[in-house]
Design a protein around this ligand. Structure first.
Ligand code: SF4
Ligand code: SF4
Length: 282
């Protein structure tokens, strides 16, 4: 059994509870929407929700995969809710968002793995909120170009797919996904001429060398936006934190990544994939 490592000071945060936060929650509850902010127990919920930013999770609340770091419910999902794309769009409008981030659970149970549902969600947001920029954080669709291309054809402003970790740790902490498949997804995004974005969690036991190798692999396929954040264990049943990476190292890694040619890098203990996402458009 792993010893429990104490959380350092820089990770102690307070949850917001001001008016905007409550309003955001009310809008999301009204439309029965799931957010990754809540299910992922994101430490920035107070800050983001107070600013009226939220990351919507489509495809239901149950994922067909079971990654060891992830707090999303796992199992057999319900059929897709055909009203969900419209509800997301209505919430984007009700919350007055400028930049909407959408992600989904993995739907390996569906023949198209949820691809058409993704397309419909982007279309509904475009229709209801034409000035809103859209960022999608997509699953790997097992790398299948025919399922990924229709989403890219909708031209979201940013398309993200998270590597989550370095090559060696991928089979240990991710379920079904492979490192090379995720790299190929990012390659497809960049080849379509869209900004390709990815995120890595640090503190899973990766070495500095492995992080740099991953950065190189990402630059090789023209991935241009990178987020680096501290992995936090959602519950005791999840993969244990191996290290709390010091804020100075996050700063150093940001500099290295910029030096390798990433156009935009968010790096810090509390950084999550969608943190400050609106800035990636600059
Ligand atoms: Fe939600 Fe992303 Fe903000 Fe976390 S960083 S609260 S997931 S919008
Ligand atoms: Fe979580 Fe893994 Fe499912 Fe993504 S694929 S929602 S990380 S269990």
């Amino acid at each position: 059994k792993q010893p429990h490592i104490r959380k350092p000071e820089w990770l102690k945060i307070k949850l917001g509870s001001d008016v905007t936060y409550d309003e955001t929650r009310a809008v999301l509850q009204k439309h029965c929407l799931h957010t990754i902010c809540t299910s992922g127990r994101c430490p920035n919920q107070g800050e983001c929700w107070s600013r009226g930013t939220a990351t919507f999770m489509i495809g239901g609340a149950v994922c067909t995969r079971a990654c060891k770091f992830c707090n999303t419910e796992t199992g057999r999902p319900l059929p897709l809710d055909p009203a969900e794309p419209r509800h997301v769009a209505e919430s984007v409008r009700a919350l007055g968002l400028k930049h909407a981030v959408v992600t989904s659970v993995d739907r390996d149970d569906l023949p198209d793995k949820g691809s058409a549902h993704w397309v419909e969600t982007i279309r509904q947001i475009r229709e209801l909120c034409p000035s809103v920029t859209i960022e999608v954080l997509i699953p790997d669709f097992d790398g299948q170009a025919e399922l990924i291309a229709p989403i890219l054809q909708e031209r979201p402003e940013v398309v993200a797919h998270n590597m989550e970790t370095v090559r060696r740790l991928t089979p240990i902490v991710r379920s079904r996904a492979t490192y090379d498949c995720s790299i190929s997804v990012l390659a497809q995004i960049a080849e379509a001429g869209l900004p390709a974005k990815t995120g890595l969690m640090l503190g899973l036991g990766e070495t500095q060398e492995e992080i740099l190798e991953t950065m190189d692999d990402l630059r090789q396929v023209q991935c241009s936006i990178l987020t680096l954040g501290q992995y936090l264990q959602p519950t005791r049943r999840h993969y244990p934190v191996q290290e709390y990476v010091h804020p100075d190292r996050f700063t150093e890694l940001r500099e290295i990544a910029l030096g390798k040619g990433f156009r935009h890098v968010e790096s810090g203990p509390l950084v999550r994939s969608s943190y400050h996402a609106e800035r990636h458009l600059e």
